[in-house]
Design a protein around this ligand. Sequence first.
Ligand SMILES: [Zn+2]
Length: 74
Amino acid sequence: MAQSEPPPPAGKCPICGRPTEHAYRPFCSRRCADVDLSRWLRGAYAIPDEAEDEDGEQRPEPPAGTDEPGPSRH
Ligand SMILES: [Zn+2]
């Protein structure tokens, strides 16, 4: 049987620019796919810290003007 050659890659690997491999499209190899995946994950994790509001330490104000100890005990 004459097996026809696979169609030419429709694009290039976005990572290294090599012809896209059918098995790993749109990348040229699994390595590049992993690279892209890791990049994607990093981007997903890189969330801008807009809601960073945990800096205010709560300082309980001591009640001033209560019963102060009059004569200092020795
Ligand atoms: Zn590649």
